[in-house]
Ligand binder design. Structure first.
Ligand SMILES: C[S@@+](CC[C@H](N)C(=O)[O-])C[C@H]1O[C@@H](n2cnc3c(N)ncnc32)[C@H](O)[C@@H]1O
Ligand SMILES: [Zn+2]
Length: 281
């Protein structure tokens, strides 16, 4: 049974959620959402809207989402979470967290923006299940963001994309005229200490420039670097390796055993937080 709080959060979000097939508005009918063209989707029992029918990718698995929740709860990325929340305009009413994972960044932004409501969208059902409970003012949905973003045109004041896929055209469409996209990307030295022992993927040196190109027609409105060193326990080393793309193909037990063998490990956390705005007029 969906909690009344989750039902209320999803009902409120029907002002911004839109059909992924035709972008028409939804109405609720029991445990279904029906758009004005008749496309019908389920509301899962955990309270999220299941809009990812026919998705091209499964997204993060339940163990990856659990590792991400535990790693983020340890506070290592707190300066990133704070920088994202700070980048959200003070008067934002609707915040969308795209490729939200468990919705940790949305929850932090809602905490610092008490008048705002939010919606977390991820292709992964385990991620949406967790995100649906991330904050009392947050709703959640599954959807494949490589297709249509299931949000109404001009409805969102701040769209967050933290370590997720993004598309400038769709972000431009969903943002209100004064809306802001807040994008987080890793820098080349981010978690570089994990590459040799765990074979994690390197970040290309021109990632920030490629991002600016891919975000058109949005224009960059500011960027900030977050750089820190943290010493991670073996459990957190294993989590941060397994919660990312490597979690799809590495052997989880082997990663945990190797992390135990290494012991505490000092790592570099280095990301860019970029803000993008719509062109005036
Ligand atoms: C690296 S994780 C980041 C999660 C979250 N933003 C965070 O930083 O905690 C990337 C997320 O993107 C989701 N994802 C990958 N491809 C997607 C797609 N095509 N549509 C929607 N979500 C996608 C994954 O399921 C995963 O939760
Ligand atoms: Zn429709």
């Amino acid at each position: 049974m969906t909690s009344p709080e989750r039902t209320a959060a999803l009902d409120a979000a029907l002002t911004v959620l839109a059909c992924p097939v035709c972008l028409a508005a939804f109405a609720r009918s029991g445990t279904a959402l029906i758009c004005s063209e008749g496309h019908t989707f389920d509301v899962a029992k955990q309270g999220y809207a299941a809009l990812a029918t026919g998705a091209t990718v499964p997204g993060d698995s339940a163990p990856m989402v659990r590792d991400r929740v535990a790693f983020l709860a340890a506070g290592h990325y707190r300066p990133i979470t704070d920088a994202v929340a700070d980048a959200v305009p003070g008067d934002a009413r609707w915040i969308a967290d795209l490729a939200s994972g468990p919705g940790t960044y949305l929850a932090a932004a809602l905490e610092t923006h008490p008048e705002a409501r939010g919606v977390a969208i991820d292709v992964s059902a385990p991620a949406a299940r967790t995100a649906a409970g991330a904050h009392p003012r947050a709703a959640a949905a599954t959807a494949d963001l490589r297709r249509r973003v299931p949000l109404a045109t001009g409805s969102i004041d701040a769209a967050l994309v933290v370590f997720g896929p993004r598309d400038g055209m769709e972000l431009d469409r969903i943002l209100a005229s004064s809306g802001i996209a807040v994008i987080v990307i890793p820098e080349p030295e981010h978690l570089a200490e994990l590459r040799e022992p765990f074979g994690t993927l390197a970040v290309g040196p021109d990632k920030a420039q490629r991002l600016v190109d891919r975000m058109r027609p949005l224009r960059e409105a500011g960027r900030r670097r977050v750089l820190l060193r943290r010493t991670l326990s073996p459990a957190d080393v294993a989590r941060v390796v397994l919660m990312g793309p490597n979690g799809h193909h590495l052997d989880h037990d082997e990663v945990r055993a190797r992390a135990e063998g290494i012991g505490d490990l000092a790592v570099t956390i280095a990301v860019r937080v970029l803000r993008f705005a719509r062109e005036a007029g």
